[in-house]
Design a protein around this ligand. Sequence first.
Ligand code: NAD
Ligand code: WQD
Length: 339
Amino acid sequence: MKVLVTGGAGYIGSHTTLCLLENGHDVVVFDNLVNSSPESVQRVEELSGKKVDFRRGDLLNAHAIDSVFAECGIDAVIHFAGLKAVGESVENPLKYYRNNVIGTLNLLDSMEKSGVRRLVFSSSATVYGAAEHVPLSESLPLDATNPYGRTKEQIEDILSDLSAADPRWSITLLRYFNPAGAHESGRIGEHPQGRPNNLVPFIAQVAVGRRDKVLVFGSDYPTPDGTGIRDYIHVMDLAAGHLAALQYTGNKTGTFRWNLGTGRGSSVLEVIQAFSAAAGRSIPYEFVPRRPGDAARSYADATAALEHLGWSAQRDLAKMCEDHWRWQSSNPFGFATEN
Ligand code: NAD
Ligand code: WQD
């Protein structure tokens, strides 16, 4: 099958592209590199020994995405391309609605024109908002609490409406929990630009000496050690989840929704401890006030993906930290050569 991977130069997209190639698929990557490096695509080629048809382009340019469908003979699309920084989305909501929602509409128009109606979309556990009825199951009402999350919620609605209106569409909405880790070669991984927003890349930069200490947001949550609990999932498990979804949906049509999480929560202190063990060094941290908008705990009800896709996460927190550390320590500045 030939799969178009939008955002395929990014963190989750590059790992999924590698998995697709290793499983015999051909891949076209479409990415404007706004938050990634072309080096990731080269390293995926090096790891797989296969070529990626890389097209640098922006989903906001309708002609650019149209021409991919006109030229490439695409069978299915995995749509990762989007902006993902929650704080930036609060400061600049129009940028997020434009990029994520309009970018997706352009993609859907191109798909419709070329008769490709099979899409897997990167949604997020962020659509559950502040819900604390853990584990979070797919049947919960959506209630995102920030503009980034609302772009995901709106795109989910658009995609569900589309498949309700035209039964030829096959739509899969994958709600990721907290991705972490890297390919075990250490050759590809997450490449945050500027100060990382997420916990694991922040810890990794402290461990490698790029930052002084981890700021732990809140020590007074109603959790066993007082710090926030999340469901960290290895990026290679996520990648495998995409393949399982593509395989399961095969010729099925309609809308499918699955959480991709481990079903287990870890606290901030447990993650710092696990990373410290993986890196073989102590990781300084300091408690600071809670970050506004953070829930005390969030972890997946991961039973639906197991039941339907036969998929479950295979790698634990220790393995995530080990692989993330291998990537960070051998590429201290990610795909760049310096800060
Ligand atoms: P990423 O930033 O590493 O990858 C996204 C890619 O999309 C980047 O390579 C970027 O250059 C590209 N892109 C952005 N806007 C584009 C546009 N208009 N046209 C073409 N390319 C564009 O992020 P990621 O962590 O790999 O996330 C992938 C997807 O998964 C995103 O949609 C994100 O919202 C979603 N997601 C991520 C997380 C997470 O914590 N990493 C969690 C849940 C969901
Ligand atoms: C995890 C835990 C923080 C940083 C975000 C998005 C979500 C999804 C995944 C895209 C929390 C604590 C963090 C730090 C800390 N992304 N923390 N110090 O907030 O669960 O989810 O990424 O869809 O939409 O909101 O992930 O990694 O930011 O935080 O103490 O420097 O670590 O309070 O408990 P989060 P995170």
